[in-house]
Write a protein that binds this ligand. Structure first.
Ligand SMILES: Nc1ncnc2c1ncn2[C@@H]1O[C@H](COP(=O)(O)OP(=O)(O)O)[C@@H](O)[C@H]1O
Ligand SMILES: [Mg+2]
Length: 271
């Protein structure tokens, strides 16, 4: 590779003139005892944009995701949603702010049906004379579940009354993503969504990510698979040793540059 004069990366995501920052993280630090898992991390997620979060094991990716999901509280810094600092004291608070995270375990209950999983802890109940009754409105939930699946173009899930444990890995991932659509998430965070999937199913999940983007959702994907990162993301954020090492526009960088940033190689093009 020859010497490059053009600026291909920047530490400052704001230099990208994002369309609309739905969620930002500013100056976030988090330590576990003497281990500084995150130090002064800034990150911005824009509507209709896919951001990939990459980095070696121990770089701080999961800690950052947990902070944005309300699972962990940062020691310093803030999470800002639509311009307002928010207190994400628990995962429920994050969801109320429109931040939906699909963790690796997907948070699905195998013995329950697809519809039941999509309405876990947020069931629709029948109303009578303006008052909520204890009775579940199964028809309304089935309609809404079907609509969410249809909106994402998920055709592989045929029977929404089937138990989730009867589904393939890719179908389960689809149901978990459709649940975020059903909940009108503004931000969807996916932790290694394709790690356990075969090639065809992984391709299906990448398609769903693109559909979320087309619908205006801000998407953050944690991934080890750089080929997929390049296939689906607009921006790549590299974490190294708890800090943002580089922020790349995906269209303006290469796998070599991203790998160099992940491992901390100083001279690019020579590795
Ligand atoms: N609950 C915890 N207790 C102690 N150390 C932790 C905890 N969670 C993460 N760490 C440490 O924080 C650092 C970042 O971890 P993590 O966010 O899981 O990185 P990644 O997801 O990029 O592999 C690592 O050094 C890890 O050992
Ligand atoms: Mg992790």
């Amino acid at each position: 590779m020859t010497h490059q004069t053009s600026v291909k990366s920047t530490r400052h995501p704001e230099n990208f003139k994002p369309d609309h920052a739905v969620l930002s993280v500013t100056n976030v630090s988090k330590s576990f005892g003497s281990i500084a898992a995150l130090q002064d991390v800034d990150l911005k997620l824009s509507a209709g944009s896919v951001t990939a979060l990459v980095g070696d094991n121990g770089a701080g990716k999961s800690t950052l995701v947990k902070i944005m999901s309300g699972v962990l509280t940062p020691d310093t810094g803030a999470v800002v949603v639509e311009g307002n600092p928010v207190d994400l004291r628990d995962p429920r608070a994050a969801r109320q702010h429109g931040i939906h995270t699909v963790f690796q375990d997907l948070g699905l209950v195998g013995s329950l049906s697809i519809v039941e999983n999509m309405f876990l802890c947020s069931e629709i109940r029948i109303k009578a004379m303006g008052m909520q009754t204890p009775f579940l409105d199964r028809e309304a939930m089935r309609d809404a579940a079907r609509t969410a699946l249809d909106n994402l173009g998920i055709t592989t899930v045929k029977d929404i009354d089937a138990p989730v444990e009867s589904l393939s890995g890719g179908q389960r991932q689809s149901v978990a993503i459709a649940r975020s659509v059903r909940e009108h998430a503004r931000v969807v965070i996916l932790d290694e969504p394709t790690a356990a999937l075969g090639v065809a199913q992984a391709a299906q999940v990448l398609l769903l990510i693109k559909r979320l983007r087309a619908a205006g959702t801000a998407v953050l994907v944690v991934s080890h698979n750089l080929r997929e990162v390049f296939a689906v993301s607009d921006v790549v954020i590299v974490l190294r040793l708890g800090q943002v090492a580089e922020v790349f526009r995906t269209s303006e960088t290469t796998e070599e540059e991203v790998v160099a940033a992940i491992v901390g190689a100083r001279s690019r093009g020579n590795i």
